[in-house]
Design a protein around this ligand. Structure first.
Ligand code: GDP
Length: 194
């Protein structure tokens, strides 16, 4: 995908605040601090379009970004941040679920997991929910540059095993630093736009 424009559109917490348009949307989910803002910036070749949070757990709303007037990237609240109340966690879970369940524009959900660690219980819950709802999804292992190349294969296999991924399903390693994986992710996204 050649990026001609990328703009922040708005921040929402409820469906009546979502932008009105007729383009496809690609959602991003993952633990707080997994690198969602960084992958958005990486995908659209911008340093600061999506705020890269200095403190984890800061992104508590749904942020909409428009790319090339052809699609929207939708950054959903990061889950699994320990230092918030149960009520706050429930309200984020509801925000994520409401968007994923009700948004007709949604074509694909990018789910990020940190390549260095095995998926957490929250990651497993998120993945099982997506798989159980038969939602189109693309798994991305973030922070690829943080591990030695020699460990990549084994880390990907372990992540697959913990999530119970089908061998036919993609798990694309990505680095926001080197941009490795970027073209493959765009190719996959484009295959869902149709
Ligand atoms: P978010 O909370 O999921 O939006 O995560 P951010 O994009 O804000 O990233 C959290 C932290 O991880 C920041 O300090 C980023 O610079 C760092 N980070 C994210 N992706 C990568 C990556 O691919 N490589 C490296 N080395 N650091 C990354």
């Amino acid at each position: 995908m050649q990026i001609k424009s990328a703009d922040y559109i708005l921040t929402a917490v409820r469906p009546d605040q979502y932008p009105v348009h007729d383009r496809p949307e690609i959602a991003l989910v993952g633990r707080s601090n997994v690198g969602k803002s960084s992958i958005i910036n990486g995908l659209v070749n911008r340093k600061n379009l999506a705020r890269v949070a200095a403190t984890p757990g800061k992104t508590r709303e749904i942020n909409f970004y428009k790319v090339n007037n052809t699609l929207y990237l939708v950054d959903l609240p990061g889950y699994g941040y320990a230092k918030v109340s149960k009520t706050a966690k429930e309200s984020w879970a509801e925000m994520i679920e409401t968007y994923l369940n009700t948004r007709p524009h949604l074509r694909l959900t990018l789910m990020l997991v940190d390549i260095r660690h095995n998926p957490t219980a929250d990651d497993q819950t998120m993945y099982q929910w997506l798989a159980g709802q038969d939602k189109p999804r693309l798994l991305v292992a973030s922070k690829l540059d943080k591990i030695p190349v020699s460990q990549v294969g084994q880390r990907l296999q372990e992540i697959r095993a913990v999530l119970g991924m089908d061998s036919a399903e993609s798990l694309i390693p990505f680095s926001a630093v080197t941009k490795q994986g970027r073209n493959e992710i765009w190719a996959q996204i484009e295959s869902y736009l149709g």
